[in-house]
Design a protein around this ligand. Structure first.
Ligand code: GLN
Length: 456
């Protein structure tokens, strides 16, 4: 814990931590020592963690990296973080992220950009750690903490994990409680571990998972011993390679990475089969209708009355002006864009044309996966991202759709509610990390982790 606290101070230029909690960390570390001495210590006991700012932590600023939650200190603790503290883990502080988890580069945060600890060759230009869990990714990669929590609505654990060369797991929808995690798109949001290894991910998921009566979408399933599933034996497993993920214009390096990963799994005794997920091309547009629709509804609660920031209003201004000014000042441009898109696709005249149609597409995407799993496929291998980390500011003037294209390999998994994991798989020509993604059957994270373990 002391080493991490020191490292956080030294690495403040990364801007990964936005709020440090050294007093809490030292008290939890002392309590963990006592438990360890008493021989009553779960695996997560004494492990120093960073917590994404999207998690509500009691008495500690929890702002979802938004101005609108300025000064908000929750009266309660999210279920997931409570479970981690109950297991003896140590909170080092809160981690930077894209505002309300909307973004793929950690450039929409009120706290400013997060810097990726990696560099392109000899070039000093700072790179993005990805997003929205950019602070979590950067902090784990730079050894500021042993692991971090992330959340993933459309790739926000897996894409940043790939950009910094760590492991990131998005569990099956419903595996971990969403209670106390600031909502972005409730039918897609799922928290998960961001760690240095597959084994760490298995151990940490064990502490984060479980049924929670306070989240009606959390599954009433026992939490298996995920670590025990790491046998390294994947002989006879069927690994699907979906042809639709071979996108036009895909860099040769990504093609090569994918081929190398396929060969590794084959060498380990897996059976490789070509599969088709025919509705893949509609996933990104469907996601960018469903996610903003749910976001516009979830973010309606930030009205300047109940939480955080309230704008100063002029003489004669009424409650409508107060709402308008508060939301105009409190939400950044990307969040405002999402709220407007969401409100539009849910409006009476366009609901059927956009929202309902996206929901239908979502069902088809889910069915694509069900069909291949019914054919006996155990896991699906794809690249995690279409490129390595790009430069901070590089996409600033681009059309927002360019940024959305980052999520092309990850959003299908959220639309279908499946578990997905990104594992580091090598470096590109410029020495930057690249990741591969494995997608598993629902509730079979143990099996998925074991396949990822064979790739490690
Ligand atoms: N990049 C995607 C978005 O901006 C995914 C974000 C996420 O998973 N939270 O919506």
């Amino acid at each position: 814990t002391e080493a991490c606290l020191g490292a956080i101070e030294d690495a403040s230029a990364l801007n990964a931590f936005v709020h440090n909690t050294p007093e809490i960390a030292r008290a939890q570390a002392a309590a963990a020592d006592t438990r360890i001495k008493a021989g009553d210590a779960p695996d997560m006991c004494g492990i120093p963690l960073g917590i994404k700012d999207l998690f509500c932590t009691k008495g500690v600023p929890s702002q979802a990296a938004s101005r609108i939650l300025e000064g908000f200190k929750p009266e309660y603790e999210s279920t997931i973080t409570q479970q981690l503290w109950d297991a003896g883990s140590v909170m080092l502080g809160k981690l930077n992220m894209d505002e309300f988890a909307m973004g793929s580069s950690n450039e929409t945060s009120v706290y400013g950009d997060v810097v990726n600890p990696w560099r392109r060759g000899n070039d000093d230009a700072p790179l993005t750690p990805g997003g929205s869990s950019g602070g979590s990714a950067s902090a784990v990669a730079a050894d500021l903490c042993l692991a971090a929590t992330g959340t993933d609505t459309g790739g926000s654990i897996r894409q940043p994990a790939a950009f910094v060369g760590i492991t990131g797991l998005k569990p099956t929808y419903g595996r971990c409680s969403r209670w106390g995690v600031v909502a972005f798109a409730s039918s897609l949001d799922q928290a998960g571990p961001m760690t240095k290894s597959v084994r760490d991910a298995a151990i940490m998921l064990g502490a984060m998972a479980g049924h929670d009566p306070k989240d009606s979408t959390s599954a009433e399933l026992a939490v298996p011993d995920f670590e025990a599933a790491l046998t390294g034996d994947i002989r006879g497993k069927k690994i699907g390679i979906p042809k639709e993920y071979r996108m036009e214009g895909m860099p040769a390096e990504i093609e090569q990475l994918w081929a190398d990963g396929t060969a590794m799994l084959k060498d380990a005794g897996a059976e490789i089969i070509d599969i088709s997920l025919p509705h893949t091309k509609y996933a990104l547009p469907a996601y960018y209708v469903v996610a903003p629709a749910e976001a516009s509804s979830n973010l309606a609660r930030y009205d300047g009355v109940r939480f955080g920031h309230r704008a100063k209003i002029g003489q004669g201004d009424g409650i409508t002006e107060m709402y308008e000014k508060t939301r105009a000042e409190g939400f950044g441009p990307e969040v405002q864009r999402r709220v407007m898109i969401g409100t539009y696709v849910l409006s009476a005249g366009f609901y059927d044309a956009y929202y309902n149609r996206a929901r239908k597409v979502r069902s088809l995407i889910k069915k694509d996966f069900e069909d291949v799993f019914a054919q006996g496929v155990d896991a699906i291998l794809t690249p995690a991202t279409p490129s390595a980390a790009f430069g901070l500011g590089e996409m600033a003037d681009a059309d927002p759709v360019q940024m959305y294209l980052n999520d092309v390999f990850t959003v299908t998994v959220n639309l279908a509610g499946l578990p997905g994991i990104a594992v580091p798989a090598g470096l590109d020509k410029q020495g930057l990390p690249l990741g591969l993604q494995l997608i598993g059957r629902p509730w079979e994270e143990g099996d998925l982790l074991n396949t990822a373990y064979a790739l490690e």
